[in-house]
Design a protein around this ligand. Structure first.
Ligand SMILES: Nc1nc2c(ncn2[C@@H]2O[C@H](COP(=O)(O)OP(=O)(O)OP(=O)(O)O)[C@@H](O)[C@H]2O)c(=O)[nH]1
Ligand SMILES: [Mg+2]
Ligand SMILES: [Zn+2]
Length: 316
């Protein structure tokens, strides 16, 4: 028997890398491993293979998953990841802070360390008025999340506003499995090509296209670079958090949780009129620091509202 890792997964066929020899093979799987739903063998899984057949899936250290509450289903897309690379574009598709915060919630939920890439910086001069990159950087920095400023279209681009660029990103990814997440069109596939020094090309689009993504990537798959494993993923279309429980949400916002303990009432709504609310009564609303916190509070409250609209009996 051989130990291998699943690089690509279709319905019944799996591209696997044998760990000892490095050989790539296509394997099928024992029927009972495919029963139930489609989550039984996913990209990133370590498996035991016997005669080109997967006979066992080894326990996962973590999973990238979604709960589809209306179908009472858990949908897993990948497993065993060390890093979550949140990719955003500062031009088009439009940068959305709320989406970044939603990915951070998922990173907590999945137990994967996040880092943040601001991509398409070559176009930033035209979008300066829409996105204050320094502000976005500072709010991540406060959460201890590293930010990188890149242009996947131009590898020679050197960071102007932040400090970390492509070389630093490559260093962080060494000897790790990293999954790239972000809206369609932000440049995940192109970035993976850059990180792999052009050895891997995942797309045929020309450079410089602006606008909404086209969902070029349709499968999650592992791209093996010499010393790192990168997982490309299809641009996520739905950012809803309705599958979460109201009481768990705050644990995914440690910064808000820390402030909220100082509110006078434990069921504080954290709005301007809430009596004794820490965020409104204790913080100087004009201070830059406060603006960073309030931008997080806004995301939290929006998600909380969304969660409250789904009856909790559906989330058993
Ligand atoms: N100007 C500029 N264009 C970029 C940059 N990165 C990617 N692009 C372009 O943006 C478009 C989308 O890039 P992709 O890498 O396919 O985006 P993706 O995130 O993989 O999209 P999906 O696979 O749909 O999720 C392509 O036309 C890229 O050439 C960049 O840094 N600057
Ligand atoms: Mg792609
Ligand atoms: Zn409050």
């Amino acid at each position: 028997m051989l130990k291998a890792r699943v690089n690509k997964s279709a319905k019944r066929e799996f591209e696997c890398r044998i760990l000892d020899s490095g050989e790539l093979i296509t394997a099928t799987a024992l029927g009972n491993l495919l029963k139930g739903d489609e989550n039984t063998i996913v990209v990133g899984d370590y498996v035991m293979i016997d005669d080109k057949k997967i006979v066992e899936v080894l326990p996962r250290t973590n999973e990238i998953y979604r709960l589809i509450i209306r179908e009472q289903k858990k949908k897993v897309t990948a497993s065993n990841c060390d890093l979550l690379v949140i990719v955003s574009s500062i031009s088009r598709p439009e940068y959305k802070r709320g989406i970044v915060d939603r990915f951070l919630v998922r990173a907590h939920q999945w137990g994967i360390r996040p880092l943040m890439v601001f991509n398409k910086m070559d176009e930033y001069d035209d979008f300066k008025d829409e996105v204050d990159i320094k502000f976005e950087f500072d709010r991540m920095d406060k959460l201890g999340i590293e930010c990188f400023e890149l242009s996947a279209a131009d590898a020679s681009y050197k960071p102007r506003y932040l400090t970390l660029g492509l070389d630093e990103l490559k260093n962080r990814l060494h000897h790790k499995t990293s999954i790239f997440l972000g809206q369609s069109g932000v440049g995940k596939s192109r970035l993976i090509s850059q990180v792999s020094d052009g050895k891997i090309t995942l797309l045929s689009n020309e450079v410089g296209k602006v606008g909404k993504g086209k969902h070029t990537t349709t499968w999650s798959e592992i791209v093996d670079c010499e010393t790192m494993s990168l997982i490309d993923s299809p641009g996520i279309r739905s950012f809803g958090v309705e599958d979460l429980l109201e009481e768990e949400l705050i644990t995914y916002f440690p910064d808000i949780e820390e402030g909220a303990v100082h509110c006078k009432f434990s069921n504080c709504d954290h709005n301007e009129n809430s009596k004794g609310c820490y965020f409104y009564s204790k913080l100087d609303q004009n201070a830059y620091e406060t603006k960073l916190v309030m931008s997080r509070l806004e995301s939290y409250l929006r998600m909380k509202e969304e969660i409250s609209q789904t009856p909790s009996y559906l989330k058993k």
